[in-house]
Design a protein around this ligand. Structure first.
Ligand code: FES
Length: 182
């Protein structure tokens, strides 16, 4: 093998290895997260630091999305459409949840943007213990309206002080970075 052949082969091996690594990282980025536990239980979604601000993280098997808002608040939304129970998805481009069956759309806080959904997306209770974010999927909590009290904060992330500007649940608020989708 000539010196030129050796370097050519080395270059090809390194390129293939790098491409493989990039593909793995990309797949991990796109994949739904796995929770410890299953639907119908209290699941451990992860540590609070696992969820960057302004992200929507799907837990497909457990049938919910974990949303982290710009102020650090957590919200777990059921992926079951309140119209006729199809599974909603997150539309990254439109920054909305969308139902493929009859076109209902929802904001990141679950409020209805487009009917026929008769009410906001149900939520699941979120508990944060020892920095672990837990989601109680034993019971979906129906909502007739959406309020900032639906958000849960890690002890190290205090809610906004009284009198401060209210935490926005509006995904289109100016000045906020766009949400990620992991
Ligand atoms: S089931 Fe979602 S809009 Fe009908």
């Amino acid at each position: 093998m000539t010196r030129r052949d050796f370097f050519g082969l080395t270059w090809r091996v390194l390129t293939a290895f790098t491409a493989g690594q990039a593909a793995c990282i990309g797949l991990r980025f796109l994949a739904s997260r796995k929770a410890e536990g299953s639907f119908g239980e209290v699941l451990i979604a992860g540590l609070s630091g696992d969820f960057p601000l302004e992200t929507v993280t799907p837990f497909e098997q457990a049938r919910f999305f974990l949303i982290r808002f710009a102020d650090g608040g957590f919200l777990a939304l059921s992926s079951t459409c309140p119209h006729l129970a199809c599974v909603v998805g997150w539309d990254t481009a439109r920054r909305r949840f969308a139902c493929p069956c009859h076109g209902s759309e929802f904001e990141r806080d679950g409020s209805v943007v487009n009917p026929p959904a008769p009410r906001p997306l149900d939520r699941f209770a979120v508990l944060i213990e020892n920095d672990r974010v837990k989601v109680d999927t034993r019971q979906a909590l129906r909502r007739t309206s959406v309020t900032p009290e639906d958000l849960v904060y890690a002890p190290t992330t205090p809610p906004p002080a009284p009198g401060a500007a209210p935490a926005t649940l509006d995904s289109t608020a100016p000045g906020q970075p766009g949400p990620g989708y992991r």
